[in-house]
Every structure is written in structure tokens, then in C-alpha cells.
Design a protein around this ligand. Structure first.
Ligand SMILES: *Cc1c(COP(=O)(O)O)cnc(C)c1O
Length: 364
């Protein structure tokens, strides 16, 4: 059989290690996973009752247009319903965007390192991928601008960037958008926007009227704590949404995910609390890393990329043996880094203790 030639060497996504697997392999009872930027506080208590209500409806297809969720998000964000599209996680929305806008002969510009899904989905469509190195961990928007040519269909801006945690300011983003050709779609991936505490961060929704070539992607997987249910959304000019709908599966988000997202969105107290706890957790990490003399990028997300000065895989494995799962920077483009999700205060303390021991040579 002859598959598409561009997928033959495509790397298979390497997820954070599941807790169950580590327990089994190492015979450990207690494990903390700070590897996949999941919410240590779970999700809003409103979510489970909303899901239970749907359990009597499992034989019935979900609403493919997600009307109830659409109305909830539309009034929450103050955008029109036709400016929204929902996806099976924002991963799927990345895939739909590539599917709708890329083909052989076109190219797409992105940072490196950044979220790996952009490159994978673009490669599947046969587009050329142009990668522009981060500058001090931040998207180098002027350098990305220079790479845009008449064949550039999509530019991806991950803000805050995964895995560095850094942001581009409103001024940087606006100046960039003013110079991007109108025919190039700019994807602003804001998976972590609810965690941002820096005032310089753009309110991207307010930019949509001036820049009809912008697509904002957000998710219920991170601060809303619904990663298992796979639901995210895109906000853009209706003309863009229309294209994504043409390549979208009719029932791409489940009944349970839609109900859970509606309940989660209502509980902004929970979101606020998670943002505050996360900001404290970042400070907890910074203090420890400063004491250890390690450098890190200031993060606006729920994770911190720290330079260990050693091979990231070695540190990852040593931490694993102590029951703490993080992400090695090796696969993320920072060979001496590890990316650690901000957990609860207690989890953060456990990680910091284990990390100190590892760096002091106890257990490497
Ligand atoms: C986690 C993440 C997403 C999306 O996750 P879904 O679970 O698919 O919604 C998108 N972009 C970035 C940068 C992420 O880190």
C-alpha cells in the first residue's frame, strides 16, 4: 500500500507518561504528574451533575452545531454565534485549519520550538513548514513576518507559547497583524490565556473587528479542567468559521463534552481561583529555581520551562524514579530543559524536593 509520502516519516506524538504506566513500571504507589499542563484542581463541581444529566441521552447524536454551548460562549465573550466553531479539543481545530487552508505548493510559518500539532497537521496537508527560532524564548514576530511570502496561508502564534510559557505583548501582536498580508490567516493559539496575569497581554477578541484574518483558538482542557472530554473553540470572522465548518465532521464534539463545557464556563469563580493558585505556584517554582541557581523563562501559563544544565532526559528519568512525572525538554526543543506543570502547593513542594535531590546527585 502507498500512503501519502509526507506522512511516512511523521513523528508520532509523544504524550506525557500516564500515571498508571509509571506506577506499574516502577512499582511506586504515589505518583504526581506535572507533565501535561492539566489542572491540579480538577474541574468545577458544576460539571459532574451536568454530565450525569446527559447519561440518559447516549443513544442520541449530539447537536452538531452545539447551539446551547454556542450561545453560552457567544454571550460570555460578547461575539456573534457565527463567529464560533467548536472542536474535539483545540487540537482538532488546528487540524481543521490546516485542512481548510493548506495544500502542496503553499507554506505555513511558525515558531520553533512551539506546540507540535501545527507542524504535524501542516505536513499532513503537504504544505512547506517554515520555522523561525524563538528569541529569548519568545516568538520573534518581526523575523516571522520576513518569512511570509505570497504562498503563506497560515502563520501560527502560540500565546502564551508552549513550551516556553512566554507571551507576545499587545503592541507586538498589533504591529505584526498590521503588516501580515490580508490573505494570510493568523492563528492566535490561546490555550493558556486564562492563566495570564501580565497586563501587556493582548485582548485578542478586541482585535477581530480590525483584523478579519485572525483566528483565535481556546480550549476547555486547561484552566477549565476538561482535558478528558476534548473540547475547544475557535473565534474568527464568520467567513473563516464557514471554511472550518466545511471540513469539520458533523458530530465532532460529544453531548457530554458540550454539557460539561456549558457548566464549566458558568463557574468563573473556579477559573479565578485556579488562576490565582497557579500564579502562586509559579512563584513557588521561581523561588526554588533561583535558590538552585537555575535559569527559566518567566511563564504566563500553568507550566515553567527550566534549564537544568544537564540532559533533560536524564533529569526526567531521575525524577520519574522518585515518582514525579515532568516533560523532558529534549522532545520539546530544549535539550537541557524540563517543562514542569504548576500543581497544587503540595505537589509543587514534592517536585521541588525531588528536583533538588536529583540535581545534588542523589538518584541521577
Ligand atoms: C494543550 C494545548 C492545546 C490544546 O489542547 P486540546 O486539549 O486539544 O484542546 C492547544 N494548544 C496548545 C499550545 C496547548 O498547549
Amino acid at each position: 500500500m502507498l500512503p501519502k509520502k509526507q506522512i511516512v516519516d511523521l513523528p508520532v506524538y509523544q504524550p506525557g507518561k500516564p500515571i498508571e504506566e509509571v506506577k506499574r513500571e516502577l512499582g511506586l504507589d504515589s505518583i504526581i504528574k506535572l507533565a501535561s499542563n492539566e489542572n491540579p484542581f480538577g474541574s468545577s463541581p458544576e460539571v459532574q451533575p451536568a454530565i450525569l444529566k446527559e447519561l440518559s441521552q447516549l443513544a442520541i447524536y449530539p447537536d452538531g452545531a452545539a447551539m446551547e454551548l454556542r450561545e453560552a460562549v457567544s454571550s460570555f465573550l460578547d461575539v456573534k454565534g457565527e463567529q464560533l466553531v467548536f472542536g474535539n479539543g483545540s487540537d482538532e481545530l488546528c487540524m481543521l485549519t490546516s485542512r481548510a487552508y493548506l495544500q502542496p505548493g503553499t507554506n505555513t510559518v511558525m515558531a520553533v520550538p512551539t506546540f507540535s500539532v501545527y507542524k504535524t497537521t501542516a505536513t499532513v496537508e503537504g504544505a512547506e513548514v517554515i520555522e523561525v527560532p524563538l528569541k529569548d524564548g519568545v516568538h520573534d514576530l518581526p523575523a516571522m513576518l520576513e518569512k511570509i511570502d505570497e504562498n503563506t496561508r497560515i502563520v501560527w502564534v502560540c500565546n502564551p507559547n508552549n513550551p516556553s510559557g512566554t507571551i507576545n505583548s499587545k503592541d507586538e501582536v498589533v504591529s505584526f497583524l498590521k503588516q501580515v498580508p490580508e490573505t494570510t490567516l493568523v492563528v492566535l493559539d490561546e490555550a493558556y490565556c486564562e492563566y495570564v496575569t501580565n497586563d501587556a497581554y493582548p485582548n485578542s477578541l478586541s482585535l477581530l473587528p480590525d483584523f478579519p484574518n485572525v483566528l483565535i483558538l481556546r480550549t476547555f482542557s486547561k484552566i477549565y479542567g476538561l482535558a478528558a472530554l476534548r473540547i475547544g473553540y475557535g473565534v474568527a470572522d464568520p467567513a473563516i468559521i464557514d471554511k472550518l465548518n466545511r471540513v469539520r465532521e458533523p458530530f465532532n464534539t460529544s453531548r457530554i463534552a458540550q454539557a460539561a463545557a456549558i457548566a464549566a464556563l458558568k463557574d468563573q469563580e473556579f477559573v479565578k481561583k485556579c488562576r490565582e493558585e497557579n500564579a502562586k505556584g509559579r512563584e513557588q517554582f521561581y523561588k526554588a529555581f533561583d535558590e538552585m541557581g537555575l535559569s527559566y523563562y518567566p511563564s504566563e501559563g500553568n507550566f515553567v520551562l527550566v534549564d537544568t544544565g544537564k540532559n533533560g532526559n536524564d533529569i526526567f528519568n531521575a525524577l520519574l524514579r522518585k515518582g514525579v512525572i515532568v516533560r523532558s525538554g529534549v522532545a520539546l526543543g530544549f535539550p537541557t530543559g524540563i517543562r514542569v506543570t504548576v500543581g497544587s502547593t503540595e505537589q509543587n513542594d514534592t517536585f521541588i524536593g525531588a528536583f533538588r535531590e536529583v540535581l545534588e546527585g542523589r538518584g541521577v
